[in-house]
Design a protein around this ligand. Structure first.
Ligand code: SF4
Length: 64
């Protein structure tokens, strides 16, 4: 079973913590939205740090 990393844009408050803490995985798109650069990144410490720090709790792993 694999997991995808998702950002719920309806809940994101645009603080940029994810982009600052884990730029390998998250970026701000030209239109201003937070994007996951790789839908199925390797799990690593920076992703878990971002999930724990995101003020709106909108970054989640979803099982396929
Ligand atoms: S840390 Fe969470 S609330 Fe902040 S920009 Fe990233 S996804 Fe949005």
């Amino acid at each position: 079973m694999s997991k995808s990393l998702t950002v719920d844009m309806g809940e994101c408050v645009g603080c940029d913590a994810c982009v600052e803490l884990c730029p390998r995985v998250f970026r701000r798109s030209p239109l201003g939205y937070i994007e996951v650069k790789e839908e199925k990144p390797q799990e690593d410490d920076c992703i878990w740090e971002v999930i724990n720090c995101c003020p709106s709790g909108c970054i989640r792993w979803e099982e396929d």
